[in-house]
Design a protein around this ligand. Structure first.
Ligand code: DHB
Ligand code: MG
Length: 225
């Protein structure tokens, strides 16, 4: 795992922006607290990134969202808050303990009717969704184990449609994309996914670098052609 090194000023600015602009509601604030209390790692997206996800769901007019990597459901709640009535979000979580915390957080946010949490290896769940003939997803957020990022991206295209939006978290990883020796487990997977973003004719993509409480990182935004 990479060592994140946020500076005090990055964190202070993030807190300022979150308080002045983003306004996470009480259910989102509680989701962070319950996750910490349950001993989950504090690696959820920042509030400003969560709000971006919500806005992207709304801007894209998505009715069906797929999330790969639930953790405690923080990004899940943000995205589900952007869904219209009748919208649906399917989220994949490997660990049952995380899924239990997420379920409680999503229910507490009043979004239980919109969110389905599937427990198990995401690659198995994605295959199952295809086997079940799931309707195409309009929006996909990839934020799970980085080794499989390129496979998750491929599944996003296969379970999506032309026009599907894909967001991938953690694509700069403290600069380890330039120096995979910094994290030989995760960096190669991230680099493969970025190469695919740039080369796969089914995708049009960009990457935004970020700094803040989660250190130096970034997210990719892709459109399925
Ligand atoms: C970490 C951060 C993430 O956003 C994530 O998805 C996984 C791990 C981390 O800081 O280690
Ligand atoms: Mg992440």
């Amino acid at each position: 795992m990479i060592e994140h090194q946020p500076t005090a000023r990055w964190i202070a600015v993030e807190d300022f922006l979150s308080g002045v602009v983003v306004h996470p509601d009480s259910s989102l604030q509680r989701a962070v607290t319950t996750a910490l209390e349950a001993g989950l790692p504090p690696i959820e997206v920042t509030p400003n990134a969560g709000k971006l996800l919500k806005l992207l769901v709304q801007l894209s007019g998505a009715r069906r969202v797929l999330e790969i990597g639930t953790l405690a459901g923080f990004s899940t709640i943000w995205m589900a808050q952007g869904l219209p009535d009748g919208g649906k979000l399917v989220t994949c979580e490997f660990l049952p303990q995380h899924a239990d915390v997420a379920r409680a957080n999503v229910d507490d946010a009043g979004l239980g009717h919109k969110v389905e949490i599937r427990v198990g290896a995401a690659l198995d769940t994605l295959q199952a969704l295809q086997d079940e003939g799931a309707e195409p997803f309009d929006f996909v957020f990839i934020d799970a184990d980085k080794e499989n990022d390129a496979q998750y991206l491929d599944w996003s295209i296969r379970l999506g449609r032309p026009g599907t939006t894909v967001v991938m978290d953690n694509v700069v990883w403290e600069g380890a994309v330039l120096d995979p020796a910094l994290d030989t487990v995760n960096a190669p997977g991230i680099i493969s996914a970025l190469q695919m973003m740039g080369e796969d004719p089914r995708l049009d993509a960009t990457v935004i670098q970020t700094v803040g409480s989660k250190g130096w990182d970034g997210f990719a935004l892709a459109l399925v052609r």
